[in-house]
Design a protein around this ligand. Structure first.
Ligand code: IPE
Ligand code: IPE
Ligand code: MG
Ligand code: MG
Ligand code: MG
Length: 333
């Protein structure tokens, strides 16, 4: 079972990620962008990352027979929005983290003001990119509205505010943490799936299944992220560990411990898989396998997702450590 799911995931993930990478490498090359701003935007956007959100968008559209190539500008736009959220998330006024995608955080290299603007620029350019998507206008408008709502005050941005408000509180309920996770991380992951379905003009009932899949996957993904903050190797993860604990963040491990957190993550991943049980074929298998490995990211999925990231890493101090770690861990894998 495990290797069947792995086989369903790896080649397609690599192929879809490559399409997105190729596009992202070309997207911010207009020489009229002020040089420092362009460098700051590209620094974070091209630093790697799993590219999970654009891959989800392409895969959800493919489930309904949509030609992936025409959707790459839209899928890449989701990655641009996600990258902006990471730059802002690391700022001293937010999580104050110094490492991201295996490199010093954007503000450590370019300063806080340019990091803010790099995030603003990525968010805005994402909408330019969306307009380059090759589907009919009604489907495109619906997908843009879906993504904008998920990224904004009712979604990711709202969730980040709730995250700030829950930080340091002496007692927080699990329901409150789950609601925060659904917004700050779940909304964009859900919209990665639903926007793909809208671009492909999926039927209403099928759309609801995809939406349920994305919502459950989103929560599972953030619980796994909370767990990784406790247990992962920072060199392998590409960002600091124990950051949540040091900042007194409201997380699943803080509330219920690691074992119970793993159980919750597995349960949400299971619900995600079950939301797709009426779908058959290569892309349905792929999405189900992604749900499985979202919560097993500390095993081989880290390898699948992070090796391409680290190979591209330009930051010499980090690169040495990461390559050493990877060699040690995976020499016999
Ligand atoms: C990190 O997202 C931020 C969260 C929402 C948990 P990812 O784990 O997808 O980060 P990258 O894109 O691979 O760097
Ligand atoms: C961030 O959650 C979610 C975002 C919207 C960026 P985290 O603060 O846990 O993400 P990491 O661990 O810094 O990537
Ligand atoms: Mg945060
Ligand atoms: Mg953070
Ligand atoms: Mg985290």
């Amino acid at each position: 079972m495990k290797s069947a799911a792995k086989n369903a995931l790896e080649p397609l993930f690599t192929e879809r990620r490559r399409r997105v990478e190729d596009y992202l490498a070309r997207v911010l090359t207009d020489t009229h962008i002020p040089a420092k701003l362009a460098e700051a935007m590209q620094y974070s956007l091209l630093a790697g990352g799993k590219r999970l959100r654009p891959v989800l968008c392409l895969s959800s559209a493919a489930l309904f027979g949509c030609d992936e190539e025409t959707l790459v500008p839209f899928a890449a736009a989701i990655e641009m929005i996600h990258t902006y959220s990471l730059i802002h998330d690391d700022l001293p006024a937010m999580d104050n983290d110094d490492l991201r995608r295996g490199k010093p955080s954007n503000h450590k290299v370019f300063g806080e003001a340019t990091a803010l603007l790099a995030g603003d620029g990525l968010l805005t350019e994402a909408f330019v990119s969306m307009t380059r998507t090759g589907v009919e206008p009604q489907a495109l408008c619906a997908a843009i509205a879906e993504l904008a709502r998920a990224a904004g005050a009712l979604g990711m941005v709202g969730g980040q505010e709730v995250d700030l408000e829950l930080t340091g509180r002496p007692s927080v309920s699990l329901d409150a943490v789950q609601a925060m996770h659904a917004l700050k991380t779940g909304a964009l992951l859900r919209a990665s799936c639903t926007s793909g379905a809208l671009l492909a003009s999926a039927p209403k009932e099928a759309f609801e299944h995809i939406a349920a899949y994305g919502s459950e996957l989103g929560i599972a993904f953030q619980i796994a992220d909370d767990i990784l903050d406790e247990v992962a190797d920072p060199a392998l993860l590409g960002k600091p560990v124990h950051s949540d604990r040091e900042r007194n963040k409201a997380t699943y491990p803080a509330l219920v411990g690691l074992d119970e957190s793993r159980r919750f993550a597995a349960e949400h991943a299971d619900r995600a898989r079950r939301a797709l049980e009426t779908f058959t074929g290569r892309d349905a298998d792929f999405l189900r396998a992604l749900a499985t490995y979202t919560v097993e990211r500390v095993s081989w999925c880290l390898r699948l997702f992070l090796i391409p990231l680290q190979v591209r890493t330009r930051s010499k101090p980090c690169r040495g450590t990461i390559c050493r770690n990877l060699r040690m861990r995976f020499a016999n894998a």
